[in-house]
Design a protein around this ligand. Structure first.
Ligand SMILES: Cc1ncc(COP(=O)(O)O)c(C=O)c1O
Length: 404
């Protein structure tokens, strides 16, 4: 038992446990001063190349999106200034939600102020003490936190292992009133894709609700960027809840829930994360709405992103880098043997004008540190090749035990 019970003492002990000393000593690139780096790079021959940001379609500084935001500020204002249920809503909320619903193949959509909140609130609110949640072992923390916050029983199935999910449902489904299966679409840390047809089949066979987190697949997967259903040619109506975010493809922030209209309306009156939280700022709805216009009008951005993802994956494999189970869809992790090597590799990339942070425990299991690369439609083939070359040279210089 520690003798110091203060919050400060607790924080220091926990930070030590998280390896803070090691990470700080080895110059880990956390919280890098991005503005400063970009300004410095602009003066040099090589601009900073970032793989740290999920700007999938390269819309983060699109002039039309900025103009839409300016216009919304001038005509509507910045904030929603209240929960929409009681504070009233702006026309742009309904218009944007209708368009998002249509785009994803649903007839209902509800926006919240964050993707994280959308998962946590939806899962914890819907699932009660007579219920069961079965979720993929590698689910994002917002799913896991929603599961933990609910009063339902919970079970993990092995990552993307449909046979394991079937075994759990066969043994346990009958004991519960409702059962939710929760999974991601494109996995945020490993860059592989959920077996959606398998999940749909089991959901129907065992009478479950299926929640799919499409944070990383809207604008990314499918010919027109409509997500994992378009990728597999499946009918979105076979999913009960799609959770999405505006922070990635839509280059702003906020979350959304797509569902059947009756479900959406029920959530609009009751979901705590919606009812007891401020509405999406109208300026964000305007900017994200413009991003949706561009996504619909320029499917070549989706094709460019998909090309870059495949290029990065193939070039990494060719260079002998360990990309785990990644499928080359916008997220590619490169694994290293230990945290120290991962941090050093990331620092080495930054020295070469390439920003891609290390992902270590708690974000991923402690034995599986990695650098995670987010691809964008905006990356050039030359940037991808140079990045792989820098990593290849770094790996070649490692002692055999540290190579992975
Ligand atoms: C799979 C997944 N779901 C949800 C979220 C949370 O989204 P937001 O950043 O909009 O809160 C993230 C964030 O990166 C994510 O990767």
């Amino acid at each position: 038992m520690p003798s110091d019970h203060s919050l400060l003492g607790f924080a220091i002990r926990r930070a030590r446990l998280a390896g803070r000393a090691l990470l700080e000593a080895s110059g880990a690139p956390w919280f890098v001063p991005l503005d400063k780096l970009k300004a410095e790079a602009a003066k040099s021959a090589h601009p900073l190349v970032s793989f740290a940001n999920y700007d999938y379609l390269g819309l983060s500084d699109h002039p039309a999106i900025k103009a839409a935001a300016h216009d919304a500020i001038d005509h509507i204002g910045v904030g929603a200034l209240g929960s929409r249920l009681v504070g009233g809503e702006r026309q742009i909320h309904a218009e944007f939600e209708e368009r998002l619903a249509k785009f994803t193949g649903f007839d209902g959509c509800l926006t919240l102020v964050s993707g994280y909140l959308s998962n946590i609130s939806t899962i914890s609110y819907l699932m009660g003490k007579l219920d069961l949640i079965v979720y993929d072992q590698l689910s994002h923390n917002s799913i896991v936190s929603g599961v933990m916050a609910s009063r339902a029983d919970r079970m993990e199935f092995r990552h993307n292992d449909i046979d394991h999910l079937r075994a759990i449902l066969t043994e346990h489904r009958g004991k519960y009133q409702h059962c939710m299966i929760a999974a991601e679409s494109l996995y945020s840390m490993d860059g592989d894709i959920a077996d959606l047809p398998g999940l749909m089949k089991l959901k129907e066979e065992f009478g479950c609700w299926l929640l799919i987190d499409e944070a990383h697949s809207i604008g990314v997967m499918g010919k027109r960027g409509r997500g994992i259903c378009e990728h597999f040619g499946e009918d979105p109506a076979r999913i009960d809840l799609v959770i999405g975010t505006l922070s990635k493809t839509f280059a702003t922030c906020g979350g959304f829930i797509c569902a059947q209209k009756m479900v959406r309306d029920f959530l609009a009156y009751t979901l705590p994360g919606f009812v007891y939280s401020v509405g999406l700022p109208p300026v964000i709805a305007a900017a994200a709405g413009k991003a949706l216009d561009i996504l619909e009008a320029e499917p070549e951005r989706v094709a460019g992103l998909q090309r870059n993802g495949r290029h990065f994956l193939e070039a990494s494999k060719k260079a002998g880098l360990n990309v785990g189970v990644a499928t080359g869809d916008a997220i590619v992790p490169v694994h290293f043997a230990d945290i120290k090597t991962t941090v050093a590799a990331s620092a080495h990339l930054l020295d070469n004008g390439i920003y891609a942070p290390p992902i270590v425990h708690m974000g991923v299991p402690s034995a599986l540190p990695r650098i995670r690369f987010f691809l964008s439609a905006r990356h050039t083939p030359a940037e991808i090749e140079r990045t792989i070359q820098v990593l290849k040279e770094f790996s070649a210089a490692l002692p055999a035990a540290a190579a992975n």
